[in-house]
Design a protein around this ligand. Structure first.
Ligand code: AR6
Length: 181
C-alpha cells in the first residue's frame, strides 16, 4: 500500500507523480525543475503549460496548501506516467511546528484525493518541503506516513503510494524514520 523507495521521480513508473511546487508553479529549482525539464524538454514550456492549467482548473494565478493542479505527463509517458499533480508544501527554513505539519498534511492529502478522482491506481511523491523549503526530512516522512494511512481508509481507486527519495542518505534516513527508529 505504502512504500519508501530510492529513485528519480521523473522516471518512476507510477500513473501519477507529484511535484513539490511553489504557489505560482514556477518550477525554478529542485524536483520541480527536474520534472518540468523531463516532461516538456524545456522547463519554461512546462511552466507555461502549468500556469495555463492553474488558470483553467482553479480560475486564479496561485495555489494554497491543499489545492492542486494537474498537467499531462508528456515525455514522461514513456515511463507509464500519465499525470503530474502539483501541490505546495510549507516553507520551514529549518523550523517545524504544528502549523507546518498541518500545511504539509493538506498538501499531501490534496494530491492523494486528486489522484483518486483521476482514477489512478498508483501515485509517487517526492519528500515535499524537505529540500529548498527546509523542513526536517524526518518530520516530512512521519507526516507523510500518517496522512497516507488516513487517506487509504477513504481511497477508492488509489492502491499504491510511493515516497521516492533521491539520495542514498535521504533514503536511509527516511526508511529508518518510517520504521520508527
Ligand atoms: N526525484 C525525487 N526526489 C527529488 C528529485 C528527483 N528527481 N530531485 C530532488 N528531489 P525540493 P521543496 C528531492 O527542493 O523543498 C522548487 O524551486 C530533494 O532532494 O525540490 O518542496 C519549487 O519550485 C528533496 O528531498 O522541494 C519550489 O519553489 C525533495 O525532492 C521549491 O523548490 C524536495 O525538494 C519547493 O521546495
Amino acid at each position: 500500500m505504502l512504500e519508501v523507495v530510492k529513485g528519480d521521480i521523473t522516471r518512476f513508473p507510477a500513473e501519477a507523480i507529484v511535484n513539490a511546487a511553489n504557489r505560482y508553479l514556477e518550477h525554478s529549482g529542485g524536483v520541480a525543475y527536474a520534472i518540468a525539464r523531463a516532461a516538456a524538454g524545456d522547463a519554461r514550456e512546462y511552466i507555461r503549460i502549468s500556469k495555463e492549467a492553474l488558470r483553467e482548473q482553479l480560475g486564479k494565478d496561485s495555489i494554497e496548501h491543499g489545492e492542486v493542479v494537474v498537467t499531462p505527463a508528456m515525455r514522461l509517458e514513456q515511463y507509464r506516467i500519465r499525470y503530474v499533480i502539483h501541490t505546495v508544501g510549507p516553507y520551514c527554513g529549518g523550523v517545524w511546528d504544528g502549523n507546518k505539519k498541518e500545511k504539509l498534511r493538506k498538501a499531501i492529502l490534496g494530491a492523494l484525493r486528486k489522484a483518486d478522482e483521476l482514477g489512478v491506481k498508483s501515485i509517487a511523491f517526492p519528500a515535499i518541503s524537505a529540500g529548498i523549503y527546509g523542513c526536517p526530512l524526518e518530520e516530512v516522512v512521519r507526516t507523510f506516513k500518517e496522512t497516507v494511512e488516513e487517506f487509504l481508509r477513504e481511497a477508492r481507486s488509489v492502491e499504491k503510494v510511493y515516497l521516492v527519495l533521491y539520495s542514498e542518505d535521504a533514503y536511509r534516513r527516511a526508511i529508518s524514520t518510517y520504521n520508527g527508529q
